[in-house]
Design a protein around this ligand. Sequence first.
Ligand SMILES: [Zn+2]
Length: 216
Amino acid sequence: MKSKKKAVILFSGGLDSTTVLYYALSKGYQCICLMFDYSQKHNKELLSAVKIAKSVKAAYSIIKISLPWSNDALTGKNKDIPIHKRLTKTVPATYVPGRNTIFLSYALSYAQSVSAQTIFTGVNSLDFSNYPDCTPKFIEEYNNVLKALKTKITVQTPILKLNKAQIIKLGIKLNVPYKDTWTCYNGYKKPCMECDSCKLRAKGFKELKMNDPAIQ
Ligand SMILES: [Zn+2]
C-alpha cells in the first residue's frame, strides 16, 4: 500500500491554522502538528491546539522556545496587549521578532527528520497584523531557501490570499470546529474582543452575518 503523504502543520489552535490543518487533512495528508510554547502571555491557545490535534488524531509536538531578550507585547513581561482603534499600517507591538522565521526553521527540521514533503502554515496577508514574516514575498523567499538547501520540501499557504471571511467560509465547508479555536492575544476566560486578533476574527464572522461559535 502506498504510504500517505506527510505534512508538518504550524499549528497554534487559532482560527487560521485550524482551517489550514483541516485543509491539509482534506487533501489526504498525514498531519503532524507543530506547536510552540514561546512564553506567550497565556496557554489557552496551546490547550486549544492540543484538543483539536487530538480530536483529528493528528500527532503533535510542543516545542518550548526561549526568547530571553523579548520585549514585545506578546511575550514581554511588563507589556500589555495594545488596543488599536483600527489596524496599524506599521509593524505592531505584538510582533515577536523573527517568530515565524523561527517556527519555519523548526518545521523544516521536523519535516526533514520525518520525511514530510510539505509544511503548511496559516499565514495570510489581507486581514492580518502586518507582521513582516507573514507576507507572500517572505514565503516565496523562504521556499527559495528550502530549494537552496536542496530539499524537495515546500511551504504551502492555502489561505495566504483569503480575507478573514473567506477563510471562515472555507473552514465551514471543511467542518472546522471554530468553537474550539482560540484567537485572542489575551488569556482571559473569554476572548477580549479588543485586541487586533479578536477584531479581525469578529470582522470575518460579521461579514458572513454569522455568530462566532467561540463567543457565548
Ligand atoms: Zn482579544
